[in-house]
Design a binder for this molecule. Structure first.
Ligand code: MSP
Length: 532
């Protein structure tokens, strides 16, 4: 039976149109799904939206909409954006979905019945923007929120609390026994030093001051506060506690299914502390891995409308094609670390990697096969394989192995870089083999055939490996290479199958861009912004 893999993104706040930051995690999750599927896994990929809370209600009233109208509008735009980005999710959970509301309420009731949740009152320093309370030791000198930097305010209200403190020793031990639970590992130490070892506070899990939320069934003046509501999405979407819980059984209950939650570092606390404790108290297994990646930063620091540096993916996709953006997010932003988006770097890298390396390799190869072999990829002539051929073949084999081991360890940037390294080798090989000289000498026809065969084959392999990252480019490459349907499969990656294919010269894969002109275009688009 196929191995199973369940991957999730955070459910994003639909407080405004999604920008390149939200798109980033979703693209990464999509690439992981595509790779795992290529390797024969049965994958389930969940994304969605976290629709409750004061901030959304405020945003909605600013534009004279009800919160539901407001989130419906953003969600339909988000789904359109995911389609444009080629995101192949299996389910989109909204916390306003009935199926989710019921599970969040049931989970809350269970905790209440078990005495994991108790009623008290809360006074704390509250950040409206992040919807989080902070303790005096966590805020800055001027009471600013440690996450977003905005000034917090003192707030007190009747509230329910989850006895997180009680389970801290269990969690500390769990971390010890499962050193791979959090990636990168250093985040565990941050959790230990900042939250667990100083004494974990119980978590406030309800509000009376907010209307836009899921009611606590037992005490309807309270709404379930955002994190219990939000975190349960990962199981409500699978049908936990519902009439049809087949997906839940398949992707969650089965310990053999690998479960990975992907996110960036600012919400790692909720996923590595509160979520494991909640699951334990529900009697459920824990995720296999909580993966925290870095931030996509902008020229002026963090993205902000007032700075005018918010990048919306839509116009980049329309102008430069979806794969240029997916390329930038996976290769240029180093997965696991912070990376910067600047219009200049975006365009320059497209020129270097996509136009010069891969685009050029494809157009040169196709042109030569047309010129020297009437457009049909020749077979290998074993009698005249030379050292350049063997060197190229072993370099490619080596890079295919490296690619797989990097991708298996979720080192996506290293993985995609290996593909471009194949391109570098193949371009260098052309310069060393000098096919235009071989072509002048009929007695060297075999050497020329080997050169064309190996180049077509290198490109077929590149296209197959690209299927983990790109949504349009692989097919465009296969079309020019005349690759047969059955030879596009990932399982054929280690074979040589291009001989006999009819190549065709079609539109260039990527066109060279003028850095100044395009950077100015993107800068202007950033300043224009979008309606929300
Ligand atoms: N609703 C919560 C998550 C609940 S999950 C149970 C939330 N929403 S959010 O809209 O603020 O999304 C945060 C997530 O969006 C980050 O964890 C990250 O995955 C992604 N990103 C948002 N901006 C980002 C960057 N600038 N760079 C990279 N990813 C970022 O938190």
């Amino acid at each position: 039976m196929a191995k199973k893999f369940y991957i999730t993104t955070p459910i994003y706040y639909p407080s405004g149109n999604f920008h390149i930051g939200n798109a980033y995690t979703t693209v990464i999750a999509d690439c992981i799904k595509r790779y795992k599927q290529n390797r024969g896994y049965d994958v389930f990929f969940l994304t969605g939206t976290d629709e409750h809370g004061e901030k959304i209600a405020t945003k909605a009233s600013e534009v004279n909409k009800t919160p539901q109208e407001y989130v419906d509008d953003i969600v339909s735009r988000a789904k359109k954006l995911w389609a444009e980005l080629g995101i192949n999710y299996d389910d989109f959970i909204r916390t306003t979905d009935e199926r989710h509301v019921k599970v969040a309420q049931d989970v809350f009731s269970k905790f209440l019945a078990q005495d994991d949740i108790y009623k008290s009152s809360y006074k704390g320093l509250y950040c409206r923007s992040c919807e989080a309370y902070w303790t005096p030791t966590q805020v800055g000198e001027n009471n600013e929120c440690p996450d977003c930097g905005k000034v917090t305010e003192v707030k007190e209200e009747e509230a329910y609390f989850f006895r997180m403190n009680k389970y801290a020793p269990w969690l500390i031990n769990y971390y010890k026994e499962h050193p791979d639970f959090v990636v990168p590992h250093a985040r565990i130490n941050e959790m230990l030093n900042n939250f667990l070892l100083p004494g974990l506070n119980d978590l406030c899990v309800s509000r009376t001051s907010i209307d836009w939320g899921i009611e606590v069934k037992e005490d309807p003046k309270h709404v379930i506060y955002v994190w219990i509501d939000a975190l349960t999405n990962y199981i409500s979407a699978l049908g936990y506690n519902s009439d049809d819980d087949s997906r839940f059984k398949k992707y969650w209950e089965d310990e053999d299914c690998e479960v990975v939650h992907l996110m960036s570092k600012e919400i790692i606390r909720f996923h590595t502390i509160y979520w494991p404790i909640m699951l334990k108290q529900l009697g459920l297994r824990l995720p296999s891995k909580i993966y925290s990646h870095g931030w996509v930063l902008m020229k002026g620091g963090k993205m902000s409308k007032s700075v005018g540096n918010v990048v919306y993916p839509g116009y980049l996709i329309n102008k430069y094609g979806v794969d240029t953006l997916r390329y930038y997010m996976t290769k240029i932003v180093p997965f696991g670390q912070d990376g910067t988006f600047t219009p200049e770097m975006f365009i320059e890298n497209i020129n270097t990697d996509l136009v010069n390396n891969i685009g050029n390799l494809l157009s040169r190869t196709v042109a030569m096969i047309i010129k020297y072999f009437d457009g049909v990829v020749p077979s290998i002539d074993e009698s005249c394989i030379n050292e350049y051929d063997t060197k190229l073949t072993s370099a490619i084999n080596n890079l295919v192995d490296k690619f797989e081991s990097n991708m298996d360890e979720m080192k996506l940037t290293e993985g995609i870089t290996n593909i471009f390294e194949i391109g570098d080798y193949a371009n260098k090989y052309i310069d060393e083999k000098t096919p235009w000289i071989l072509a002048k000498d009929e007695s060297r026809r075999g050497e020329l055939a080997n050169c064309m065969n190996l180049l077509a084959e290198a490109l077929r392999k590149i296209a197959i490996m690209f299927t983990s990252f790109f949504v349009e480019t692989p097919e465009k490459m296969f079309a020019q290479l005349g690759t047969k349907e059955e030879n596009k499969a990932y399982s054929t990656l280690r074979e040589n199958l291009s001989a006999g294919c009819n190549v065709s010269k079609l539109e260039p894969l990527f066109t060279r861009l003028d850095v100044n002109v395009e950077a100015e275009y993107i800068d202007n688009k950033m300043k224009e912004g979008l309606p929300y």
